[in-house]
Design a protein around this ligand. Structure first.
Ligand SMILES: Nc1ncnc2c1ncn2[C@@H]1O[C@H](COP(=O)(O)OP(=O)(O)OP(=O)(O)O)[C@@H](O)[C@H]1O
Ligand SMILES: CC(=O)N[C@H]1[C@@H]2OC[C@@H](O2)[C@@H](O)[C@@H]1O[C@H](C)C(=O)O
Length: 380
């Protein structure tokens, strides 16, 4: 029997809404026991600092460079993750010695796959020292070194979850985070994955610009609006959807409309429609038409995105269900994936495949940071 690891996954996604934490017991292969999860939201001031981080990162050409506030921001972000781990352990009656490894995503501040450049803020060594737990971090870089897009990395976890399902019809897992990405699992278990378009990030930026709210709760604002077809077409005719080559996305690849282009409600409705239509447009490049879409990520809480997705999928002969309908947790899935990837990294198993990131051959990845001998202050 293979060894089972107890692993914590930490994800700070492109929405920049907070840290998702999940515990997983896994052999890094088929055995997956999902355990508790938790989210720690960032306060508005820290989100603003992260947004400034995206601006500061635009100048970066060396992925280790931390100009302007980026060094201090990385340290602050890492300490927040350490505190989040400590709270998570406390709430779940665990000690740091119970955890074999942490998978630490950090915060993407720049992603330029065409230049083989991806930057995630997150000091793995500091996190290991503060928690007293070995940390696997920087999991995208090795994929890029081998010609991959550096994203998405979650497909290997989607595929592992899919193996537990009785229904083996062609399925797409859709993660509607800041950016959306999909993982197709064919009837023979083959995987094809890529980023599928803007997820919530345009909606969040639009709603914040107009109301100061961080997002459109439940899609209530969009519910009062109508789809502006010209504006929707402008997004959906972007070369990203037309090209035969699939590429991963940076948060800034799509920009929100300007204030004069739409009223609040119509803008929110149009962007929710664009999110749904982008998924279907991207899915048209799959080798086989999927029979069902399994939706994860915060976007599934926006009822208008879900309504449009259901309508568009139905026209293509597919159904849409939330991850929960299959017994999964759509909010914790990314963090679970990072826990899973950390274990795979330690076992030198592949994280990415030609069908997921376009990497030349299946490769592992990640950097291990062990707690330093001298590091006393554990946040237990
Ligand atoms: N109740 C809700 N109603 C509407 N939208 C919601 C709700 N809850 C979350 N969201 C949306 O989901 C987003 C967060 O989603 P999620 O945590 O999946 O993203 P992420 O992890 O940052 O992204 P990524 O997958 O791109 O890394 C929020 O920014 C918001 O737009
Ligand atoms: C560079 C980067 O951080 N990409 C994220 C982002 O958010 C969603 C999509 O774009 C996906 O490609 C990826 O995250 C997921 C979790 C992944 O790597 O699987």
């Amino acid at each position: 029997m293979k060894a089972v690891w107890t692993s914590i996954g930490l994800m700070s996604g492109t929405s920049m809404d907070g840290i998702d934490i999940a515990l997983l017991r896994t052999d890094g292969d088929r055995q997956i026991e999902r355990a508790p999860s938790m989210s720690v939201p960032y306060e508005a001031g820290f989100r603003d600092r992260l947004k400034q981080g995206l601006v500061d990162a635009k100048k970066v050409t060396d992925r280790k460079a931390r100009p302007a506030d980026l060094g201090a921001l990385e340290r602050n972000l890492t300490i927040r993750h350490a505190v989040a781990v400590s709270d998570f352990l406390f709430h779940n009656g665990l000690k740091h010695g119970d955890i074999n490894v942490i998978g630490f995503h950090g915060q993407t501040v720049l992603h330029r796959p065409d230049e083989a450049l991806t930057v995630q803020l997150g000091d793995g060594q500091l996190l290991a020292d503060l928690t007293g737990i070995p940390v696997v971090y920087d999991m995208r870089a090795n994929d890029m070194r081998h010609g991959g897009q550096g994203a998405p990395l979650i497909p290997v976890y989607h595929s592992a979850l899919a193996r537990s399902l009785d229904d083996r019809s062609a399925t797409v897992f859709v993660n509607i985070g800041g950016i959306s990405n999909l993982t197709f699992i064919g009837t023979k278990g083959e995987i094809v994955a890529y980023d599928s378009g803007p997820g919530n990030t345009l909606i969040d930026q639009w709603v914040e610009l107009r109301t100061g709210q961080a997002f459109d709760e439940g899609g209530a604002i969009a519910d009062r609006g109508k789809v502006l077809s010209d504006l929707a077409a402008r997004y959906l005719e972007h070369p990203f959807f037309v090209s035969n080559r699939r590429r991963s996305l940076d948060r800034n690849d799509f920009r929100p409309p300007s204030k004069i282009e739409a009223g609040l409600e119509d803008g929110a409705r149009t962007l929710a429609y664009v999110t749904a239509a982008a998924i279907l447009k991207s899915a048209s490049h799959l080798p086989e038409s999927p029979k069902r879409y399994v939706v994860c990520g915060g976007g599934r809480h926006n009822q208008i995105i879900m309504t449009h997705l259901e309508e568009l999928a139905r026209l293509n002969g597919a159904s849409v269900i939330k991850a929960e309908a299959l017994g999964f947790d759509g909010d914790a899935m990314e963090a679970e994936a990072w826990a899973y990837l950390a274990v795979r990294s330690q076992l030198e198993l592949p994280l990415t495949f030609p069908g997921t990131t376009g990497v030349s051959h299946a490769v592992s990845g990640g950097v291990l940071a062990k707690p330093s001998e001298r590091a006393i202050p554990k946040v237990d």
